[in-house]
Every structure is written in C-alpha cells, then in structure tokens.
Design a protein. Structure first.
Length: 52
C-alpha cells in the first residue's frame, strides 16, 4: 500500500441488522486503486472493489 486516499463510514441496512462498515480507498505500489472495508467490531478486512 502506498497511500490511503479516502476513508468513510456507511451504516448499510441498519434496520435489517447490518453493522456499520468502515471503508478505505487505497493506492497500491503498483498504482492499483482498491477499496477495502471492515465491519464494526470485526477485525477482518474485505476487498470491496478493484478499479481498472
């Protein structure tokens, strides 16, 4: 990872019991652009989007 470009929080469908998600848009060393996230109270990371 080269840089964190942006971070934000989304509440999702809270009425359905979805947890808040914390998103990060990252610039990787290969100039790839990625979005990852983790859910509230969860230490696991998930790949959400890869930009071409």
């Amino acid at each position: 990872m080269q840089n964190i470009l942006e971070c934000w929080k989304e509440t999702g469908c809270w009425w359905k019991g979805e947890k808040e998600k914390y998103f990060y848009r990252l610039l990787a060393g290969n100039n790839g652009l990625y979005e990852i996230y983790r859910e509230e109270n969860n230490q696991k990371w998930f790949l959400y989007r890869i930009y071409d």
